[in-house]
Design a protein around this ligand. Structure first.
Ligand code: PMT
Length: 409
């Protein structure tokens, strides 16, 4: 149930160097199941070949407003009525200014004027001195107040060699923002605390004990909860993943003890807590201060138990909906039910980590949800993004069912 499946996206590309990224953006939308139609300004054609866009989208590229479409249809009327959403990427200072001033004198500006009843997302990209120009700022504010959506720009090195704010937002963040716009905000005003990734338990300054968790499942949950309007706090062990800065507070930790400290700090005011992290059950009591030297003798490492964070939360829980994960290889239901009881959970997500397309590291998962009433549902293979939405759907149902018991939060 990808939120973008079947959505019709009209991409308007205006004339900045970042236009060279537009084909990749189109590819990402198509990969998410969208039908894409591209419109290019005259200047954007200097940076990106219409043939490339046409090949990717499978539709004739809109180049000007005076070449009528089949049946004598007018491009800006036809395309703006066709789309579910319009993305302007990259959006130059010029098109932002024209839209703010109500000018419609070329293909892209007339498309924007005609798309007045559709959601429109601008992804500005320009030199930082242009972006910070008070006139551009004023135009951006005018558009924001009129209900236009924005993503970026990002900071960093720009095509002109200068550093600053003005880079086109990360392409995956643009897609994420569009998903956001289409998503019902059923977690609005709800605080969701999520743990993700592995923990690293140091042995000496260069070695540690860890596991195969990539963080993908927990990060997918954080992004989905944010899309659905939640206030998200993500406590993450070491991963190479990123999340949109807007709407997700990312707290990075390394060890189980650090994770416990952060989770405990944010637990009291959270409404939903999801422990997707693979927390190491053991650690060395005191890591060796210097790098261990090898010798010919066998070497024994003494480990002590880490606290079971979820178990403690189960004891402390008041109004929170508490969700655990179970990474299992056998006796799935039996082990999961035991965890629900032991840790006082409302829901457990069981993943069969013995399968190559589920559990650790991969982009997909096969989950089974078991709630505290013993109700079980198995899901087929799906992306971790879809699994995250299925888990959140179930949490919302449980919260509705138990509202009377726990009181609204
Ligand atoms: O990160 P990915 O590569 O996407 O992989 C996803 C995942 C397989 C890591 C994830 O979906 C998952 O199953 N996470 C929980 C793994 C795990 O630690 O399972 P467990 O059965 O050992 O623990 C049960 C629950 O107790 C978990 O919610 C865990 O977060 C929690 N726990 C465990 C140990 C501990 N010391 N403290 C805890 O809070």
């Amino acid at each position: 149930m990808d939120r973008l499946k079947g959505k019709k996206i009209l991409i308007a590309i205006t004339g900045g160097i970042a236009a060279y990224k537009a084909p990749e953006l189109i590819r990402l939308f198509i990969k998410s199941g969208c039908d894409v139609w591209a419109a290019v300004s005259e200047n954007a054609c200097r940076f990106v070949q219409p043939l490339t866009l046409e090949t990717l989208t499978g539709r004739p590229v809109l180049l000007d407003d005076f070449t009528l479409l089949d049946g004598g249809k007018i491009p800006h009327i036809e395309a703006s009525a066709w789309c579910d959403l319009m993305v302007v990427a990259p959006a130059t200072g010029n098109i932002i200014g024209k839209t703010a001033a109500g000018i419609a004198d070329d293909l892209i500006s007339t498309l924007l004027m005609a798309a007045s009843r559709k959601p429109v997302l601008f992804a500005p990209a320009m030199n930082s001195r242009m972006y910070l120009n008070p006139i551009v700022k004023r135009n951006l504010n005018t558009l924001r107040e009129s209900g236009y959506y924005f993503i970026g720009p990002d900071e960093g090195e720009m095509a002109c060699g200068e550093e600053g704010i003005g880079r086109l937002a990360d392409l995956s963040c643009i897609v994420e923002k569009v998903k956001d716009i289409f998503t019902e905000k059923d977690l609005r005003d709800i605080t969701i605390l999520i743990s993700a990734g592995p923990t690293q338990e140091p042995i000496d300054p260069v070695r540690f004990i860890t596991n195969r968790s990539s963080g993908k499942m927990g990060y997918a949950l954080a992004k989905a909860a944010k899309r659905r309007g939640g206030r998200v706090i993500l406590v993450s062990g070491p991963t190479s993943l990123s999340v949109p800065k807007e709407g997700i507070t990312l707290i990075r930790v390394k060890t189980a003890l650090e994770m416990e400290r952060e989770i405990e700090e944010h637990f009291p005011y959270s409404d939903i807590v999801i422990m997707a992290a693979a927390v190491a059950d053991y650690r060395t009591d005191t890591p060796f201060p210097q790098k261990l030297k090898k010798s010919d003798k066998a070497f024994q490492l003494e480990l002590v138990r880490n606290p079971d964070i979820l178990y403690t939360l189960g004891k402390e829980k008041t109004r929170q909906t508490l969700v655990g994960f179970a990474a299992e290889t056998e006796n799935f239901e039996e082990n999961a039910l035991q965890k629900i009881r032991d840790k006082n959970l409302d829901l457990i997500v069981v993943n069969n980590v013995s399968l190559p397309d589920a559990g650790f590291e991969v982009d997909t998962n096969r989950i089974m949800l078991i709630d505290r009433f013993g109700k079980t549902r198995k899901y087929p293979l799906q992306s971790k993004d879809d699994a995250a939405d299925a888990i959140l759907d179930k949490i919302i149902k449980i919260r509705k069912k138990t509202k009377g018991e726990k009181g609204p939060s």
